[in-house]
Design a binder for this molecule. Structure first.
Ligand code: F6R
Length: 240
């Protein structure tokens, strides 16, 4: 595992975007794994700038980590909407190669199985970006999720619903469940870049990097992956 501590959020975002840019230049036909949340926003802004300067996404396939159950893609708090707003609306990934779990699927379990199958069929994820929850979650793999979990229906913890309430009118509107790529699905990615910024992530980051590898802190599983880079700002890296 490599750990890169940057001065601040802006530097974290730039460093992460540069990893993606280099990867894309060397592997234009790549499969990317993408995340939502506040953390990767700065990285996506850089990728949009790089695209305006010529970085090509026309042969890229993307898989997002997760989506809320019960929100359609046109709901402003859905992850599909978020991705359109913050990345896909501004770069040239072909629409038919953008994959995000369908939160409105009639049979969410079947949707989960189909999602993993599609990732496999399209060659697996080459480069995955992750954020981390204050409780150490990755995707919506909350503490206690088995490392063997593939894409599944996840029940959100109270702390995650509270953390995400800022995107909704009130906490009551935050969905209780989501479809999330599982830890096993995430660990299949060939390369993983985890981003974290801010004091509130410091404990989770330290536990993920140097604590015991345990389902109680899902991100600690990354210690077992052969090619992981943590890019964290000084505040999030404070306890390293
Ligand atoms: C988002 C996701 C989540 C977030 C995590 C951190 O697709 O899967 O695991 O990465 O909750 O969220 P932020 O970045 O908002 O602090």
């Amino acid at each position: 595992m490599q750990v890169l501590v940057t001065k601040d959020y802006a530097a974290m975002s730039r460093a992460a975007a540069d990893i993606f840019k280099e990867h894309l230049k060397n592997h234009p036909q790549t499969v990317l794994g993408l995340a939502t949340g506040s953390t990767p926003l700065g990285m996506y802004e850089w990728l949009i700038k790089y695209h305006q300067d010529g970085l090509d996404f026309s042969q890229v396939t993307t898989f997002n980590l997760d989506e809320y159950i019960g929100l359609a893609g046109d709901h402003p708090a859905s992850y599909r909407y978020f991705m359109e707003e913050h990345l896909f609306g501004h770069v040239n990934v072909p629409k038919e190669r953008i994959f995000i779990p369908n939160g409105m699927a009639e049979d969410p379990e079947a949707e989960c199985r189909a999602y993993d199958e599609l990732i496999r069929k399209l060659g697996g994820i080459d480069l995955q970006v992750l954020g981390i929850g204050v409780n150490g979650h990755i995707g919506f793999n909350e503490p206690g999720t088995p490392f063997e979990a593939t894409t599944h229906v996840a029940e959100l913890t109270a702390s995650t619903r509270e953390a995400n309430a800022r995107f909704f009118a009130s906490i009551d509107e935050v969905p209780t469940h989501a479809i999330s790529m599982g830890i096993k699905s995430i660990m299949h990615a060939r390369r993983i870049v985890l981003l974290a910024n801010g004091e509130h992530k410091a404990e989770a980051v330290a536990a993920a990097v140097k604590g015991p590898v345990t389902p109680d802190l899902p991100a600690s599983v990354l210690q077992l992956h052969p090619d992981v880079t943590f890019v964290v700002d000084e505040a999030a890296g404070r306890l390293l």
